[in-house]
Design a binder for this molecule. Structure first.
Ligand SMILES: C[S@@+](CC[C@H](N)C(=O)[O-])C[C@H]1O[C@@H](n2cnc3c(N)ncnc32)[C@H](O)[C@@H]1O
Length: 267
């Protein structure tokens, strides 16, 4: 294992978790992104955290920021925000007009980016209650509403409450694929945005390759772009974050305009 102690690395987070000692696997070990892990010293004992155990990560204040932002240098929320901001400026649209749905909102990092654009309303959605609790703890006031729901299984009441927000923007950052948000959840959220609304997200570059990637995103997004459902304005490859062995993980940042509803993927 290799580790860090408080103060060894620069910190972005002002949360108390920025002091948490963390250790990562040996750099000689390579893990698939959905199998990565670290250990953190919490309440005097070292505990192992798989990166996809978001419920456990969010329960420890500051741990998510410490691991993904301070140590693994995740750049995605500001990168996606910057592209969205530039496109809005180019279109002469003020950020203050945004009524955004933030899908896979977690503890509110992308929500804060939207707030920095002056968004008029930001609504969060996440599948686990720990995310909503952490957003309230870490970034209170960021979200006008925060729904704990599975986007693939919306009931009529929640769907009509969401539709009532008349979203003109969807963001989804660091949340697509890998057992996280499946294509059906993305298409549901996409269809909650009004035609002409902004769609800003990121996705691992391999997920968009070819038409038959098992994630299903290559087909969903490829079809939407090809038939004009999603009018793509930005598609940029960038370093999303480091893997635990220090290798760069590349994602695509995508910003476009929704022209019409998308077909849901086959079940
Ligand atoms: C890596 S976190 C990203 C959080 C935040 N967007 C950020 O950039 O920090 C991915 C989030 O997606 C959520 N998620 C996974 N599957 C989901 C689903 N089907 N519907 C809604 N949220 C989901 C997870 O609970 C987790 O909070």
């Amino acid at each position: 294992m290799h580790g860090t102690s408080a103060g060894e690395l620069g910190t972005m987070s002002s949360l108390s978790g920025s002091e948490l000692p963390i250790a990562l696997p040996e750099v000689s070990e390579r893990f698939e992104q959905d199998c990565e892990w670290c250990v953190a010293r919490v309440d005097g004992e070292w505990r192992e955290f798989r990166f996809h155990d978001y419920d456990r990560l969010y329960r420890v204040e500051g741990l998510y920021e410490r691991v993904f932002y301070d140590i693994l240098r995740c750049a995605s929320p500001p990168v996606v925000r910057r592209h969205l901001e530039r496109e809005l400026r180019g279109a002469g649209v003020s950020g203050e007009r945004l009524r955004a749905l933030d899908l896979g909102a977690g503890n509110g990092i992308m929500g804060r980016e939207l707030a920095s654009l002056g968004a008029q309303a930001v609504v969060g959605i996440d599948i686990i209650p720990e995310a909503a609790e952490a957003a309230e703890r870490d970034r209170p006031g960021t979200y006008l509403d925060y729904y704990v729901v599975d986007m693939t299984d919306l009931d009529d009441e929640i769907r009509s409450a969401l539709a009532g927000h008349r979203f003109n923007c969807l963001t989804c950052v660091a949340a697509l694929g890998f057992g996280d948000i499946p294509p059906k959840a993305f298409s549901e959220a996409f269809n909650l945005v009004e035609p002409g609304g902004w769609i800003a997200f990121n996705i691992k570059e391999e997920f968009l390759e070819g038409n038959g990637h098992p994630s299903g995103f290559a087909r969903l997004i490829g079809t939407a772009v090809a038939d004009g459902t999603l009018d793509i304005r930005v598609q940029e490859r960038y370093r999303h974050r480091d893997a635990t062995n220090g290798d760069p993980i590349h994602y695509m940042a995508m910003v476009g305009l929704k022209r019409r509803d998308m077909e849901h993927p086959p079940a």
